[in-house]
Structures are given as C-alpha cells and as structure tokens.
Design a binder for this molecule. Structure first.
Ligand SMILES: [Zn+2]
Length: 137
C-alpha cells in the first residue's frame, strides 16, 4: 500500500503578468486590416480596397494640412493619429506620391492628388494611410 504515482504536474513557472504600462511613445503595431474600402474624400476615387492593409499603428504623425494656403512657403502640418500599414504600393487602386522639401514622401489621391492621405516610411518603405483623411465606401 505504498505505490502512489506522483501525478502532480510540476510545471510551476507562472509568468508574472506584472507589466508596467509604459508603452506610451512606443510604436503600437498590431495585425489588422481595413474593413471598408477607402475612397478619396474629394473626388471619391477608390484609393484602397478593403482587406488590403496588413497592420495598424496607433501612432501620431504630422501630416501636411489637406488644404494648403497658397502663397505660404512653410508647410502647415497637423497631428494625425492612426494609420493602416500597407507593404506593397500595388495594394492601392489609385495612389500618387509627393515629395516634400525635406525628402519625405507622402501619399496622395492618384486621381486628383488630394492629400496627403498618408506617408511612406523612409526606412521600411512601408506605406501608411490615415483613415481620417479618407472616406469609406
Ligand atoms: Zn481624389
């Protein structure tokens, strides 16, 4: 009366979920796609069909204002938060590129060049578009 099988699972490495919430300022990239088709909010041309984006970044970036006042040299910008990431520019239906004086590349409507609707990351060549700069269809 002594054989008792030790059936205790000895896996006692519980990872402590003690994560200090210090993710402020870090790029919060998550896998996510766009659930609706994005169209230009001026000419209604389809810019990107739905389900083409591969990631979402909840970052704040400065984009030039959509309507630049003529006769002003300096580019006025505003902070836009939240971008869908698209790796391949061929994922777009209609897209155009502009280059700022500082060498930054921005994405504009391929039909009427309204925008920018997003920007190109110069390191990764990823394209990022802001839903707040476009209409959905
Ligand atoms: Zn347009």
């Amino acid at each position: 009366m002594s054989s008792s099988s030790p059936s205790h699972p000895s896996a006692s490495t519980t990872p402590s979920p003690n994560q200090p919430n210090q993710s402020v300022g870090l790029p919060a990239t998550e896998a996510k796609t766009n659930e609706s088709t994005f169209v230009c909010n001026v000419c209604k041309t389809v810019i990107m069909l739905k389900n083409m984006a591969t990631e979402w970044i909840n970052e704040e970036r400065e984009l030039p204002l959509q309507r630049q006042k003529k006769g002003i040299d300096s580019t006025e910008t505003e902070v836009v938060q939240g971008y869908f990431g698209v790796k391949d520019m061929f994922a777009f239906e209609n897209i155009g590129f502009t280059r700022s004086a500082a060498g930054k590349r921005f994405l504009v409507c391929g039909e009427c060049e309204q925008g920018p609707v997003g920007f190109v990351d110069s390191e990764t060549q990823m394209n990022y578009v802001a839903p707040s700069r476009m209409d959905t269809q």
